[in-house]
Design a protein around this ligand. Structure first.
Ligand SMILES: Cc1ncc(COP(=O)(O)O)c(C=O)c1O
Length: 490
């Protein structure tokens, strides 16, 4: 599926341009200004659309509302520091899990291309608002729901797949305070606990609210049959460090198979830890925390990555505090986050580039590149211009335009010598490859954007990162900087 096979609704550029993120970001409080939507009806998926975030049409009798016919996913796009473009963490695993969830609820699964397209569309459009500090990210929430209205208890024949997003900061600065839930049950074997289905979260709300009121924002769930074996937390999996080794409940059909959990199992082994997936009895674990044999507890999930646990509280108020807080957890979090943020080598092939964004005017918006060069790079700039010109002359690039001659002085608002080109969406990959080879610093953005926003938006998409003095750029709302160079079509 090519990047421009989804459409872009009017208002997307404006919505992105208007967006400002509050400080501090917090987790899950801010909604990204765009969303992706595709419909399944008449036995086929229609094409997707990127739109400004806003209300959707849904019949009150739709099965999503009446029978909780809704499954979802959660993953993050990272673009930390000088990273040129956002990347996703294990998106195919989220897709596989969403297929399993959909199948468990007899829903129409989302094809892999559509799933990735939705993520790429939202993360690509939001590239400029993905927070860039370590531990920050764009949280992506793909979801699928039944839209057919009716009261017969059966699955829908029409569905909608959507992706919404939220720029997020650190999940929590505090080690977790967890309440053990001994009465309510989140999920039973044979039920839908292993699916990421909205209904599971509804089942957790009463206990979560009660625990939060007692000062414990997280709930630990036990198995439904014996109320004896630990399962997971409401939105995270759990590990214990016992005798220096890592233990986590084995997937029992009711536990959600967390992608972070799976990543930690692999990473911890890679770092030399012995790891066990097994049934863990609550009473045994509590005794081990008391005796000091269990030194540490940690929680893991996309939102928090790896979170330390300060205390486990039983219903009568007894508190169990592991001797160590954020020791192994910290080591694992740092190692995993470094891979997710591409600050470390990814030996497992877990990260994946967000596809280049299709442009904001339906895929044919002209793109604009500023190619910067230092005075001693004049020769390289000339060579690059030559290559780009040959691309244009080859006839493959009928609308490639050069703007401005190669001049070695500081031009207009730009901080150093540069030349500029315009090209179409179709030429994006070819231009990118040629420009990348040159090693010259380059800024690329769709022309539909405001100049200042662009430079933060698509910043260093193609070349090596650059430090731009934004104070010498045009103010927001003005995109006339280019006109000052005089447009010259070669
Ligand atoms: C119930 C539950 N368990 C575990 C997890 C952790 O899963 P992941 O690591 O894929 O985010 C989540 C979060 O999605 C969850 O909701």
């Amino acid at each position: 599926m090519s990047p421009q096979s989804f459409s872009v609704a009017p208002g997307v550029a404006e919505a992105l341009g208007r967006f400002t993120a509050p400080e501090p970001l917090g987790f899950g409080n801010v909604t990204a200004p765009v969303m992706f939507s595709a419909q399944f009806s008449g036995g086929r998926w229609g094409s997707g659309e990127l739109k400004p975030y806003g209300p959707i049409d849904l019949l009150p009798g739709s099965r999503a509302l009446q029978y909780a016919e809704l499954v979802f996913e959660g993953l993050k796009a990272y673009c930390v520091g000088v990273a040129p473009w956002p990347n996703l963490f294990r998106p195919l695993d989220n897709w596989r899990r969403m297929v399993r969830s959909a199948e468990r609820l007899a829903m129409q699964p989302v094809p892999v291309d559509l799933f990735l397209q939705g993520l790429d569309a939202v993360a690509g459009a939001c590239a400029g608002i993905v927070p860039r500090c370590s531990s920050q990210a764009l949280y992506l929430r793909p979801f699928l729901f039944g839209t057919e209205a009716g009261y017969q208890l059966r699955n829908s024949s029409s569905f909608r797949f959507m992706v919404i997003a939220s720029p997020v900061g650190i999940y929590s600065n505090e080690p977790m305070r967890i309440a053990i839930e001994r009465s309510d049950v989140r999920a039973a074997v044979g039920g839908i606990g292993a699916a990421k289905a909205a209904a599971n979260y509804g089942a957790a709300l009463r206990a979560s609210a009660g625990a939060a009121a007692r000062g414990y924002p997280m709930t630990l769930w036990l198995d439904a049959q014996e109320h004896r074996w630990i399962q997971e937390l409401s939105g995270m999996n759990v590990f214990a460090v016992i005798g220096g080794e890592l233990h986590t409940p084995a997937l029992d059909g009711a536990i959600l198979a967390g992608i972070t959990r799976d990543s930690l199992l692999t990473l911890a082994r890679h770092l030399g830890y012995t790891v066990h997936e097994r049934r863990i009895a609550l009473d045994e674990l509590l005794a081990q925390v008391r005796s000091g044999e269990c030194t540490e507890l940690l929680a893991c999930g996309t939102a928090a990555i790896v979170s330390p646990v300060a205390v486990l509280a039983d219903v009568q108020g007894d508190e169990y505090r592991p001797q160590r807080v954020d020791d192994v957890a910290c080591r694992l979090r740092q190692a995993l986050l470094a891979i997710q943020e591409r600050r470390a080598v990814d030996p497992f092939g877990w990260t994946r580039d967000v596809a280049p964004f299709a442009g904001l005017a339906g895929g044919n918006a002209p793109w604009h590149a500023h190619i910067y060069y230092a005075p001693d790079q004049h020769g390289r700039a000339q060579e690059l211009q030559g290559r780009l010109r040959r691309l244009k002359d080859s006839g493959q690039s009928p609308v490639l335009r050069f703007i401005g001659e190669l001049r070695d002085g500081k031009v207009g608002p730009h901080p150093c010598p540069q030349f500029e080109i315009h090209f179409t969406q179709e030429q994006l990959a070819a231009v990118r490859d040629i420009v990348r080879e040159s090693g010259l610093t380059t800024l690329v953005h769709p022309l539909t954007y405001d100049d200042l926003a662009d430079h933060t938006y698509l910043g260093t998409w193609v070349g090596t990162p650059i430090e731009l003095d934004l104070s010498c750029m045009d103010p927001p709302g003005i995109n006339q900087g280019f006109a000052r160079f005089g447009r010259t079509d070669f």
